[in-house]
Design a protein around this ligand. Structure first.
Ligand SMILES: Cc1cc2nc3c(=O)[nH]c(=O)nc-3n(C[C@H](O)[C@H](O)[C@H](O)COP(=O)(O)OP(=O)(O)OC[C@H]3O[C@@H](n4cnc5c(N)ncnc54)[C@H](O)[C@@H]3O)c2cc1C
Length: 388
């Protein structure tokens, strides 16, 4: 039987970033267990957009920290910059009603106060800057140049490699069958019927987290919601930003190598009491809805070929925010999951803050409102700027 100071379950961006930050703080013997391979979950199937254009002071401040970290990640993790591929072509958020336009503009004031220098653009200004766009029905938009994307696989590999260098043991193809508690506190995890002992255990299993939590009788409102996405053949580079609509639910971006990546929210989303289990099947209906939205806003895409479509899971919570922190019923047990449609971009800052929390340090950014008890108390964290 082996004993660790900290066991992390889940090798997505959340798990590996936390492992690295813990190891940097010399937190002792750390083991990370992943049922498939590092990045196999939502992280590996995501669009990997990164933006600080949120609507609440809390999220803008938190995301600004994550963006600062992304900008120095390659150097910090000693990983090739051209692989992490941070591309800051900006996010252009479009408003499709007067009300949405007023809301977008009102958020910019908060963003400026926190150092996120988003621009407010009229329809004419958008066309002057991005003539490829068809802005029928658009009232205006906001643009923040530092937003962009990074390669989700290499970012995760970079964290995993740096964590290993600092002594973290990472075991892939190792499924945790259950959590083990004894005398009211965490004792470890079960793998192949055997106990692996850990003083502390962090569940960072994305959409699978609530299943594992149930093995010690803890109910967490977190479920997987299927989201489809596609990538096209490469075209000559013509368009830099991620163009996005929160009300229609689409996002479209040309990658540095020329392909367009895009997604649109589901028509009939799953919810806590109707999780529909784990469905990754691609559909014609998505292709139809996506093609309509994409060719309407970017007519240049009318004759482009689609190379691949796939589906992944948003790890949803009732307020579309992470669930972070200790589980009071089982001392020593922690959770970091539920990033919903934005868990990749928050990964670096969540890793940093979870390491502080697990080690009992004072949190350098107060994320205690994201504790799971908010659902029992009815204190949900609201954020208007998300893709549904
Ligand atoms: C189509 C799509 C587009 C998206 N676009 C964006 C975007 O543009 N920007 C953004 O920020 N976010 C985006 N997201 C969301 C983002 O992908 C997630 O929020 C984020 O990757 C979650 O990371 P994670 O590490 O918490 O979970 P995951 O990446 O799911 O990692 C959890 C890991 O735990 C492992 N695991 C599960 N159960 C066990 C077990 N019992 N034992 C061992 N291992 C286990 C899984 O195999 C998995 O690798 C998108 C998601 C999808 C599906």
């Amino acid at each position: 039987m082996s004993t660790y100071d900290i066991i992390i379950v889940g090798g997505g961006i959340t798990g590996v970033a936390t492992a690295y930050e813990l190891a940097k703080k010399k937190a002792g013997r750390i083991l990370l267990l992943e049922k498939e391979f590092v990045s196999a979950g939502s992280t590996g199937s995501c669009a990997a957009g990164i933006r600080a254009q949120f609507g609440t002071e809390f999220n803008i401040g938190l995301m600004k920290r994550s963006l600062d970290k992304f900008e120095h990640l390659a150097r910090e993790l000693d990983y090739p910059e051209d692989k992490i591929e941070l591309w800051q072509g900006g996010y252009l958020v479009l408003a499709y009603s007067e009300k949405e336009w007023e809301n977008l503009k009102s958020r910019v004031e908060v963003q400026h106060r926190l150092g996120i220098m988003t621009e407010i653009l009229t329809v004419e200004e958008i066309i002057a800057r991005f003539p490829q766009l068809n802005l029928n029905g658009v009232y205006g938009g906001t643009f923040h140049q530092r937003d962009g994307h990074a390669d989700p696989l290499h970012t995760t590999f970079a964290y995993a490699r740096a964590a290993r260098r600092l002594g973290v043991e990472i075991r892939e193809w190792t499924r945790v069958e259950g959590l083990v508690q004894e005398r009211g506190k965490i004792r470890g995890v079960k793998v192949n019927g055997e106990l692996i002992e850990g003083e502390k255990v962090l569940v960072a299993c994305g959409a699978w987290s609530s299943h594992l939590m149930k093995t010690v009788g803890v109910e967490i409102p977190l479920w997987g919601e299927k989201h489809e996405i596609l990538i096209t053949e490469p075209l000559e580079r013509a368009f830099a930003p991620m163009v996005i609509s929160f009300s229609i639910g689409y996002y479209i971006q040309q990658r540095p190598h020329g392909s367009f990546i895009m997604g649109i929210g589901p028509e009939n989303p799953a919810h806590w009491h109707d999780p529909r289990d784990f469905d990754f099947s691609p559909t014609w209906r998505f292709l139809e809805r996506m093609s309509q939205a994409a060719t309407s806003v970017l007519p240049m895409l009318k004759s482009v070929n689609i190379v691949r479509q796939w589906a992944g899971l948003y790890e949803m919570t009732p307020d579309a925010h992470h669930i972070l922190g200790p589980i009071d019923e089982v001392p020593g047990l922690y959770i970091a999951a539920g990033g919903s449609g934005h868990g990749f971009m928050f990964g670096p800052v969540v890793g940093e803050l979870m390491a502080e929390w697990i080690l009992g340090e004072t949190l350098s950014y107060d994320i205690t409102r994201l504790n799971y008890q908010r659902f029992q108390k009815g204190e949900l964290v609201r954020e208007p700027a998300v893709v549904g």
